[in-house]
Write a protein that binds this ligand. Structure first.
Ligand code: LLP
Length: 386
């Protein structure tokens, strides 16, 4: 039911590499479209920060999603993949001038603006080009999310967005500028969120804000609620498609959408996590004094999530079905944090076996680095390895 892998097809591929099952990706996109098509004013912008592999992007583009970018490099990559510029939203606390220029030159849909100094710079650069930039303000809603502290973003202490109390002021400021057009608000409370209550809290907060702004005569066309829907890292095979039904139902039920308003979503992880796996070869099986180690050729340079966030990726052995033994699965990098999992049961593992680290389609390949002068992993779709 989950990601499918045919190990024979992997025989001549250099490891470690990322493998993307386009069937799972397409099923995921179909599940999203099945929910959003119930509303003619819902638009999903895939958060390309989760995975910018060109072939993955092309499948997402075919499904008709828009895009959420956070850098000029991402804008260039999605244009290369064929996404129309008028479906790009561009967020980020520290946009450089060249990135703003690129967004203006390409006539992107919207800049999500995170501070007054940024607003002033966008207005200036747009004026120099004789353009008007469409903008939303990213508001820090001060809503906590039940997820890892490193990926919570919607609290007042986080660096993101504009504080709620400054909102009216910044909107008035924007309305007085000639080269920006204020269209709405943007929110994002965090990532890998599985409790729908967190999204309910956000929807309620958005409603309060809209009421408050309307009393001041401020109308909005765009409400962008960000991304954040989590996936099942513990049972990816049993549960490969995230719970889009409940996710969109929260907004349908709780968000009070005004006439002619559009609602925008920026899902990243939920779109791509479960279609991807990191395939790695076992270089050595080492008997330590108290433990048995499977030492693989992938390291945290290929998949940093376990080292950085204590994240858990299910590991399976694609080459062995012998009786299970207990292993720590570790990489070759000279740091103890280069450990993918500890004390897990795997079929008896040998040098040369292929292991798959599941749910690695999001924040995997894209966060790879070349620390230790290691090669970056390649990425292949199931179609390429057929
Ligand atoms: N919109 C904004 C403004 C964001 O900051 C993010 C993610 C998203 C959308 C997409 O969120 P998603 O739907 O993927 O949860 N590297 C971390 C995750 C960092 C998320 C950063 N922002 C990880 O590997 O868990």
């Amino acid at each position: 039911m989950g990601i499918e892998m045919n190990v024979e097809r992997f025989a001549n591929v250099r490891t470690p590499f990322y493998y993307y099952d386009t069937n799972i990706l397409r099923q995921t996109l179909d599940a999203i479209n099945a929910e959003t098509k119930k509303h003619d004013n819902y638009f999903v912008h895939y958060a390309v920060k989760a995975n910018a592999n060109l072939k993955v992007l092309q499948v997402i583009n075919e499904a008709g999603l828009g895009i959420d970018c956070v850098s000029g490099g991402e804008i260039e990559q999605v244009l290369k993949a064929g996404f129309p510029a008028n479906k790009i939203v561009f967020a980020g606390v520290g946009k450089s001038d060249w990135e703003i220029e690129l967004g203006l030159d390409k006539d992107i849909f919207c800049f999500n603006v995170e501070s007054i100094p940024e607003l002033e710079v966008i207005n200036e650069i747009a004026a120099s080009k004789g353009k008007v930039a469409t903008i939303c303000f990213r508001i820090n809603p001060n809503v906590g999310a039940h997820t890892h502290a490193h990926i919570t973003t919607g609290l007042a202490e986080n660096k993101f967005g504009i504080a709620m109390e400054d909102m009216e002021k910044v909107i008035r400021l924007a309305q007085g500028m000639k080269n920006v057009q204020f269209k709405g608000l943007h929110f994002h409370i965090g990532s890998q969120i599985l409790q729908m209550d967190d999204f309910i809290a956000l929807a309620n907060r958005v409603n309060e804000l809209q009421d408050r702004l309307e009393e001041q005569g401020i109308q909005m066309e765009i409400i962008n609620v960000g991304g954040g829907l989590g996936v099942d890292y513990e049972d990816p095979q049993g549960n490969p498609i995230p719970n889009f039904k409940d996710y969109f139902a929260v907004y349908e039920k709780y968000l009070k959408v005004r006439p002619r308003q559009t609602v925008h979503f920026e899902l990243g992880r939920a779109v791509v996590a479960q279609c991807g796996a990191l395939i790695t070869k076992v270089n050595y099986v080492k008997q330590g004094s108290v433990k048995q180690f499977a030492i693989v050729d992938a390291g945290f340079t290929d998949l940093i999530r376990p080292a950085l966030y204590d994240a858990h990726h299910r590991i399976i052995n694609l080459s062995s079905n012998e009786a299970e033994e207990t292993y720590d699965v570790v990489g070759p990098i000279c740091e103890s944090s280069d450990t993918f999992d500890k004390g897990i049961l795997l079929p008896k593992t040998h040098r040369g076996d292929l292991l798959a680290l599941l749910s690695a389609g999001a924040y995997g390949e894209i966060m790879a680095s070349s620390y230790n002068c290691r090669r970056l992993p390649d990425g292949y779709t199931s179609e390429e390895l057929n």
